[in-house]
Design a protein around this ligand. Structure first.
Ligand code: ZN
Ligand code: ZN
Length: 358
């Protein structure tokens, strides 16, 4: 994998009129070099692929990083990157502006005689299109998280708090082999489910509550992301039934609309228009979906502004939601990979409205 990625990156460098690329961003460096630690640098020139880390990671790098010269450095990592760029004779080094702080930029530049040039998305555009191996890792992460969902929802009892349930998810992720949650687990009960990204609190679960769960784990360096909304004990109200069915229909027709050549905006509009026609337009205030991979939120985006054209191999979420303050909310989110003529679900958890705890 590394070779084809480096080839594509070097083509990008030529196009951007740069003779090197440098990064100290963990997601970029995991993608380029396979390293899963938190502190490292990668420098790619036409002829060299250099990996820098400090003493803490030298042994780990020798196991994980293939196809790079590995050098142990000490002190300021950005300063060492600047020195190495000079050592390699680099004149213009590309960097990803979304992944380098101004302070680190200044530190590299202070130690480098050439120029640093921001080249947006030079690596993240490559990362959007997943290899078969990456797709299988994301599928495996989703399967692990869905196993936790099935077990915890089957055992759900009245009185458990949102905080307890969220913590149980994260404990089970780790116990079952994930490195952790891919983002802070969202568990919201009753009217609190109208908070699209609410933080779990001390609310205890009661009969007739909506239960909104948005969760994912990180397994083998790749993230999963899934949302399911349930009722507990009994259907909260006819209103909930209606909103649930509308959300599910919006998701279904959006999934059917996904195929190579469509833009993120076009797919978003399919779900958004249906929800708006039913009178809930203002209650769906976020985008329809996002890419998932090494990071939980990455390209491409499905939203009102996204011009990104879908390509086979992109992994995206499709997550319409309807939120009514004071009453509650419904979100249904799945992970899919764009295929030659449509998309394939990477998540398999059932979606028909389910009443838990009975
Ligand atoms: Zn989610
Ligand atoms: Zn999501």
């Amino acid at each position: 994998m590394t070779n084809s990625i480096l080839k594509a990156l070097r083509e990008g460098l030529a196009k951007a009129e740069c003779d090197a690329f440098c990064s100290i961003a963990p997601p970029t460096n995991q993608y380029l070099a396979g390293f899963k630690g938190t502190t490292s640098a990668v420098i790619i020139t036409k002829t060299h692929a250099v990996f820098l880390c400090d003493f803490r990671y030298t042994e780990q790098a020798s196991q994980q990083v293939k196809g790079y010269e590995i050098h142990e450095v000490a002190g300021s990592l950005p300063a060492r990157v600047g020195e190495w760029l000079d050592k390699l004779g680099v004149k213009t080094a590309a960097f990803e502006p979304g992944y380098l702080t101004v302070a680190d930029f200044e530190s590299i530049q202070k130690n480098f005689e050439g120029a640093l040039k921001p080249v947006s998305a030079i690596v993240s555009d490559l990362r959007q299109i997943k290899s078969p191996d990456e797709i299988e890792r994301i599928r495996a992460a989703s399967a692990l998280a869905e196993g936790v969902l099935a077990d915890l929802t089957a055992a759900l009892d009245a009185g458990v708090t949102e905080r307890d349930l969220a913590a149980e998810f994260e404990y089970e992720f780790k116990r079952r082999g994930a490195s952790g949650a891919s983002f802070d687990t969202i568990a919201l009960f009753g009217p609190r489910s109208s908070l699209p990204h609410g933080a779990p609190g001390d609310t205890p679960l009661a009969r007739g509550d909506i239960v909104l769960l948005d969760f994912g784990c990180r397994l083998d360096g790749y993230c999963s992301d899934l949302t399911r909304t349930f009722a507990f004990g009994t259907i909260p109200s006819p209103w909930f039934d209606e909103v649930y069915e509308l959300t599910l229909t919006a998701q279904t027709i959006a999934l059917e609309a996904i195929r190579p050549g469509k833009t993120g905006r076009e797919v978003d509009a399919v779900a958004r228009d249906l929800i708006a026609e039913a009178g809930f337009g203002p209650n769906f205030g976020h985008g329809l979906g996002h890419g998932v991979g090494i990071e939980i939120h990455e390209g491409p985006r499905l939203n009102k502004e996204s011009d990104t054209v879908l390509v086979e191999g992109m992994v995206i979420t499709v997550e319409p939601g309807i939120y009514v303050p004071g009453k509650g909310g419904v979100r249904i989110e799945d992970l899919v990979v764009v295929t030659k003529d449509g998309c394939e679900l990477l998540s398999a958890a059932p979606k028909e409205l389910k009443v838990l705890g009975r």
